[in-house]
Design a protein around this ligand. Structure first.
Ligand code: BYC
Length: 310
């Protein structure tokens, strides 16, 4: 690659300028962005599934209404992100194909089942909280279309967070069984939540190059630590416990000490062998198949869809 172009590109990034689709960029920057934005888009669309199954069972009309809106937002986020990834040259069809065939990854956490309403509340509050920590940082990154998508996503996610927190406070101040349900949800989801921020910095493959080019604005360990800083006190304040005896803020380093989550489980889950991977992909495959006729009709239709009024 032309060293002069590369130097000019890196100087722009260092000055805090945004890179736009028409600008020159190194092949590796393009490839990494496609990988990361595409995985993010898949995570949103697959992430809609565990909560989506709770829409009909959410307790009461107001909760159902709010959950429908939240799930719809998540699918909308996928739309925004697929569009951002398309600006880099990979078609949406190719991305969906790679999702369905298992070639592309998506977030580990959505491969676990939401058994109870409390599991859905855990996702709405704490998984969304984790996503916001990551997205707020990366919205200040270098690639224009991704940053703009993240800004809008964060605005919508902040409503999800309030909704999720409200659901959890309701359980926390409810009956003994309701409190127990949420405690069980924490116990089930804590390890996948720790995995959510990605492998420890020392074993992360892409962090270095992504941080150099300001695609990733914080390392995996930094975002995990920031999440723990913000949310461990809130969880404990509600009277719940966290299933990790080592979890403690270290006064010397100012960072959280914790038991390393099982990274072998993480690798298994992100490579297709988690409790719900097959089911999640099957739902997307069926949706793709059932929607094919609509896409084909749109593509082959030569007539205008709307006839203007005379
Ligand atoms: N899950 O080098 P590393 C939502 C993979 S949805 C699966 O550290 P990187 C929501 C990684 O891809 C929002 N795979 O990677 C929706 C790589 O594999 P490949 C979710 C993971 O990219 C509905 C390998 O491990 N947020 O919130 O530097 C309802 C090595 O990792 C994961 C995003 O998607 C994982 N957790 O950093 C409710 C954020 N972690 O590609 C809520 C966008 C790592 O070499 N993504 N891997 O085969 C990112 O910020 C970064 O990609 C990550 C990982 C921090 C996740």
């Amino acid at each position: 690659e032309d060293p002069e172009k590369l130097a000019a590109f890196e100087a722009r990034i260092d000055r805090g300028e945004k890179i736009e689709p028409v600008d020159w960029m190194p092949q590796l920057y393009r490839k990494q962005l496609i990988r990361m934005i595409e995985q993010h888009a898949h995570s949103e669309i697959i992430g809609a599934l565990p909560e989506g199954t709770w829409i009909t069972r959410a307790p009461g009309f107001k909760r159902k209404l709010a959950l429908i809106a939240k799930v719809q937002d998540e699918v909308g986020h996928a739309q925004l992100l697929y569009s951002a990834a398309e600006t880099l040259g990979k078609s949406r069809e190719a991305m969906i194909d790679d999702l369905i065939t298992g070639k592309s990854k998506y977030s580990n956490i959505f491969n676990y089942p939401a058994y109870t309403w409390a599991d859905a509340c855990f996702i709405s509050w704490l998984v969304d909280a984790g996503a916001i920590v990551n997205q707020l940082a990366n919205a200040k990154g270098s690639y224009g279309p991704y940053c703009r998508a993240l800004e809008r996503i964060c605005a919508e996610e902040s409503f999800h967070l309030k909704y999720g927190h409200h659901c959890v406070i309701y359980l926390a101040t409810g009956t003994a069984r309701q409190r127990e349900m949420f405690q069980e949800a924490i116990n089930r989801w804590w390890t996948p939540m720790m995995h959510f921020f990605g492998p420890a910095d020392k074993i992360s493959t892409h962090t270095q190059v992504l941080m150099k080019w300001k695609v990733k604005m914080a390392s995996n360990d930094d975002t995990r630590n920031q999440f723990l800083d913000m949310y461990v006190p809130k969880i404990l304040e509600l009277g719940f416990t966290i299933p990790d005896e080592k979890l403690k803020k270290n006064p010397e380093t100012g960072r959280w000490d914790y038991t390393e989550p099982d990274w072998e489980e993480f690798m298994r889950v992100i490579n297709g062998d988690g409790p719900c991977n097959k089911e999640r992909l099957e739902v997307r495959r069926i949706a793709e198949e059932r929607g094919r006729w609509v896409r084909e009709a749109l593509r082959s239709s030569k007539t205008a869809y709307v006839t203007p009024l005379a």
